[in-house]
Each structure stands twice: as C-alpha cells, then as structure tokens.
Design a protein around this ligand. Structure first.
Ligand SMILES: [Zn+2]
Length: 349
C-alpha cells in the first residue's frame, strides 16, 4: 500500500531563482522591447528547524495508525521511517558570473484585453465542457505566441519568464477592470552556468525524501483533466512559493501540449485561491508576487517548473490560518534543509 501511495506522489526539484527587477509600468502594446542592466541574484539562507527526530518519529507513527489513503490528499503520505536529520548537509553554492557589459533584450506580452489571470483562465471552477474552447484557446494562443516569438523569431533559448499582475490603483484590494497580468521575458546572460547535472530529476524521482515531503495535495477545485497533467509542490527549499511541474519530463513551455499549457496556469490560480479561501485572507480576490517559468541557463533545474511566488506576509497568513498541523510539519522539515541532504539529488561532479 505504501508503495502505491509513493507511486502516486510527485516530485520537485528546486532552484535558486533568478529575479529580474521588474518595472511597474505597463504599456498597452502586445510586445515591446526594452533593456535593463539591473539584475539581482539573491543569496538565500535556510534556517535550521528545531524539528527533532523524536517528533518526526511520533508523527510518523501517528500517521501510520490513521492510515488515511485518500489519493486526493497526497499530504497524508507515510513518510519513510529512515528519514534522518543527522546526516551531514551538503551545500552547493552555485558560482555565478555576471558580465557588467551584458545588456539583456527584454520583451513584454499583454493579453489583448487587460485581464486578471484568474479571469483569463475562466476562474477556478473552469470546466472544459462549458467552454466551447473559447477560453482554452485564447490561453493556449497567448502562451504559444510568447514561446514562438522568443524561441523561433528571436532565437532566444535562455531566458527568464516572469508573469505578474499590475493594478492601476495603489490600493491592492481594488478590483478595477484595467487590472491585469502580463509576461516579461528577459534574455539570460549567455555566460551564466546551465543547470547542474544531478543524479536524479527531483520532479521525476519518486524515491527522494524531498519529493515526498514537498508534494502538495490538489485544491478541491482541481479537476482530473488538470491533475493528470501536473504536480504541485512546496518549494523544496521552503521559500514563500508554490511550484507546479508537468508530470512529463519536459524542459520548455513550448514542449508542452495545449492541455498542459492551459492546466498549468489554471492550477496555479486554483492553488492560490484555495490558500486564500482556507485562511480567510482579509483581501479581495487572489494575489501573488509573480510567477516564473525560466528556460535554458536561466533555470537551476532542468525539469520545467512554474514558481508561484507569494509575498512573505501572505505566505505566513496562509500557513498560520489555513494549514493543518501535518502540512506545517512537512514545511518545517523542508525548512530544516532536507533538500541539501538528499543524496538522490546530489550534483554529478
Ligand atoms: Zn524530470
């Protein structure tokens, strides 16, 4: 039974993010080219959790007794009893080289009509049978236009991809019809190092501890046509974000089929909506700091992954008011640095 549960889990491999400084201005053109020299590469510290082996063992035993095998809730997994916090952590500090003379090309893509992402994908309860393909096709068309423009016309394969929402009002609770999302694509420095080669792909290796602890249950609004395409995750480094990966090992958005493209962004808004709803968040609608879907040498792991970045305070609100104890404990384990100790994910020298 445990094998079956683990088989049903999904993985994640994580990344140091490339954060581009974002301009808050928005033009109405569907494609504009600007340039910027300001890029930052944050160096993260991951606090060690006080989570003890004793507590883990108790928790593990408790879950075994309950034996909840609800496939819809992957958080109810029986974790490996061999998990140990006593192993020596392995730290990989990726060398970064930044050429001060490099001026990246930059592109912005806006939907034809200003639109919030959640509305663009038809809302969290979107159902294909009621759509006649209208919403589905416009979403696929929008993202395919980005990949075609960047990869085929501009011949760029290394780039950061950043989706954010803008508000025409300073008040973030406003609900102006002019509010909307756009995608900014920034050329990556050609001298940047490509992703490390690792022993296993975190998003594909169902045996890794990191895979098991970072797996997230699907939101209640997620339908089968979405869940068969993607897995959802905590960030393996326990940063304030959620992550979505295609179940297939693909490395580019352009390698995704239409269903995978549509489902990725629908699942993203479903995750944020559920977190917002369950935590009774005191703001209107859903909000997020940005979503990144980096390509080529702009990413730090190979498996395509959508990072849904959440403002730290919002993330804490979700955690404090929306998560059950089990979910909080799994996050603590990730905070303890399991990713760095996970030998299955080590870099190939
Ligand atoms: Zn993979």
């Amino acid at each position: 039974m445990e094998d079956n549960i683990i088989q049903s889990l999904n993985s994640i491999r994580t990344i140091n993010s490339v954060v581009s400084n974002m301009s808050s201005s928005a033009s109405t053109s569907t494609l504009s080219t600007t340039s910027t020299t300001s890029r930052t590469f944050p160096v993260s510290n991951y606090p060690k959790s006080k989570y003890s082996q004793q507590k883990y063992n108790n928790n593990y035993a408790h879950r075994k007794e309950n034996g909840n095998n609800n496939h819809k809730d992957r958080s109810q997994t029986n974790y490996s009893p061999n998990y140990s916090l006593s192993q020596q952590p392995h730290y990989h500090h990726k060398k970064r080289y930044r050429d001060p003379s490099f001026v990246p090309r930059e592109f912005q893509f806006f939907p034809k009509v200003p639109c919030k992402l959640i509305d663009f994908v038809g809302g969290v309860n979107y159902t294909q049978s009621q759509d006649n393909g209208v919403i589905f096709n416009r979403v696929v068309e929008y993202f395919r236009n980005i990949t075609t423009t960047i990869e085929q016309e501009e011949k760029l394969l290394d780039f950061s991809f950043f989706l954010r929402e803008i508000s025409t009002h300073n008040n973030s609770t406003s609900d102006s019809k002019e509010d909307g999302f756009y995608v900014k694509v920034t050329q990556s420095d050609p001298k940047r190092f490509p992703p490390d080669k690792r022993h296993n792909c975190l998003s594909c290796d169902k045996e890794s501890e990191t895979y098991i602890f970072s797996s997230l249950a699907y939101p209640s609004s997620t339908r089968e046509e979405v869940s068969i395409c993607h897995n959802s995750w905590f960030d393996a480094k326990a940063r304030s974000m959620f992550i979505i990966t295609p179940k297939r090992h693909v490395e580019r958005l352009s390698d995704c089929n239409d269903q995978e493209i549509f489902s990725m962004f629908l699942l993203a808004v479903q995750i944020i909506e559920q977190e917002t709803r369950l935590s009774n968040a005191p703001w209107n609608g859903i909000r997020f700091a940005g979503m990144t879907l980096n390509h080529g040498n702009a990413r730090n792991i190979e498996h395509l992954h959508l990072k849904i970045k959440i403002n730290n305070r919002d993330f804490d609100h979700f955690k404090n008011f929306g998560w059950d104890d089990e979910k909080k404990e799994r996050f603590k384990i990730l905070q303890s640095g399991i990713y760095k100790r996970d030998e299955r994910l080590h870099r190939i020298p």
